[in-house]
Write a protein that binds this ligand. Sequence first.
Ligand SMILES: C[S@@+](CC[C@H](N)C(=O)[O-])C[C@H]1O[C@@H](n2cnc3c(N)ncnc32)[C@H](O)[C@@H]1O
Ligand SMILES: [Zn+2]
Length: 276
Amino acid sequence: MDISNLLMCPRCGGELDHSCKCLGCGSEYEQKMGVYSILYKDMGEDYGFSAWEFDESDIQKSADEYRAFREKYESCLTSDCKKAEQRLDEAVREHIKGCRGIAADIATGRGMLLNLVMEWNPELNLIGTDIDARILAVTKLVRSCGENVAFVGCDGRHIALKNGSVDHVFSFVGIANMPEPEKAISEVYRILKKGGTFIYKGLFMDRDSEGMRDLAERFGLGRIMDIELLTALFSDAGFKVVRSEIVASAVWGENPYDRYPFAGENCNYGLIVVEK
Ligand SMILES: C[S@@+](CC[C@H](N)C(=O)[O-])C[C@H]1O[C@@H](n2cnc3c(N)ncnc32)[C@H](O)[C@@H]1O
Ligand SMILES: [Zn+2]
């Protein structure tokens, strides 16, 4: 899918020419291995993420490493947690199956959600985005993405897509990894067409848990791991709430790969669907 006409300079909102140069401010961006990198140096400290020096063998190596990591990670999940996530996936699938047109996935990372969307709705045109443009090249390879999937390295708080350019936006815990979630949510609102939906698959914690207290104190991210508070952020941004629900819960086990939730506390598997 050619998405060049949907791209926008996140710095000034200008059009990009065929070489990814902004016609407004002159910023120069890149496209490599089928992935756009629409990141700029003074966007903030997170620019460091977008190490853009790589070649095909490096990407292949990362893809192999990811497959091995995923196996180890899966072995740390309890069977109750796996079952709870499956129940959430069934609920998310019901919403994603009916989507048509173009959908953007925010903070695609290794593409767990992207992979499910490709399976559930193979006709949908997808744009995977992440602040780490390199990871998108790995994901493109690992997930064997077809012609209907495009990739754009950009910050979720400065999305490089034009106003009203997509019919749907999805994210799996994407916003939970970003500081300033309000900015990302207002960007989602901006890029959606009127009537378009945002479907958020999330992992949430109990409000009164130790893990939640630690997360709030250490990173100031308490609100986005509480489904009611996160839903309120969507309403504040102008969205109409269609559904906000914890679909399943399970006790989180020891897992060296995730700081949260703490072992022995609830992990709540939730879904938020909002409409512009
Ligand atoms: C755990 S992954 C999310 C899981 C992913 N959605 C999936 O389905 O596999 C978190 C991702 O958020 C990305 N991220 C962090 N800060 C970001 C930002 N400001 N804008 C966009 N992506 C960001 C990271 O680079 C990382 O790839
Ligand atoms: Zn510009």
